[in-house]
Design a protein around this ligand. Structure first.
Ligand SMILES: [Zn+2]
Length: 154
């Protein structure tokens, strides 16, 4: 009998595969791809928003796409808003929120654009310790599919 070297069934994983650095690079790449896809929505978004922030209606300021969570696998026009930097920043960081500036939601919540309505209702609910926010919410009847989206976890 001659000894043969047998494959023991174990494959060595390339070291980089699961390293934190590789995962970070992967995450970064996914983010870049998403930004690129979002960029493609820029024109139709600008047309829909008429080059104004879709929540506070600011014009003549920088506007950027904002995906209303939960984001679908591929960015879509129906789930993306065009927002000014201030709106985006204050949505993402509740500590930076200036309640008075969000009175703009009193009209935004009536938007016929579902994504605008969803973002507005979510913010109003978070601001519901203010009378005006509560009253605005009381005055509006939400379609069941809008309500379902509002309460969907990101
Ligand atoms: Zn804005």
């Amino acid at each position: 009998m001659t000894p043969t070297k047998r494959f023991n069934g174990q494959l060595k994983k390339p070291k980089l595969f699961n390293s934190p650095l590789a995962l970070m690079a992967k995450g970064f790449q996914a983010h870049q791809e998403r930004q690129q896809q979002l960029g493609l929505l820029g024109k139709p978004l600008a047309r829909r928003a008429q080059r104004r922030c879709e929540l506070c209606e600011a014009a003549g300021v920088a506007l950027q796409p904002y995906e209303v969570p939960p984001a679908p696998a591929e960015p879509a026009l129906e789930t993306t808003l065009l927002l000014c930097d201030t709106c985006t920043e204050q949505i993402e960081d509740s500590r930076k929120r200036q309640p008075a500036r969000w009175r703009c939601l009193e009209s935004a919540v009536w938007s016929t654009e579902p994504a605008v309505q969803v973002a507005a209702v979510r913010l109003l609910r978070q601001l519901s310790d203010h009378d005006w926010a509560r009253e605005t919410l009381q005055g509006i009847d939400l379609e069941p599919e809008i309500e379902a989206w509002v309460v969907k976890e990101p």
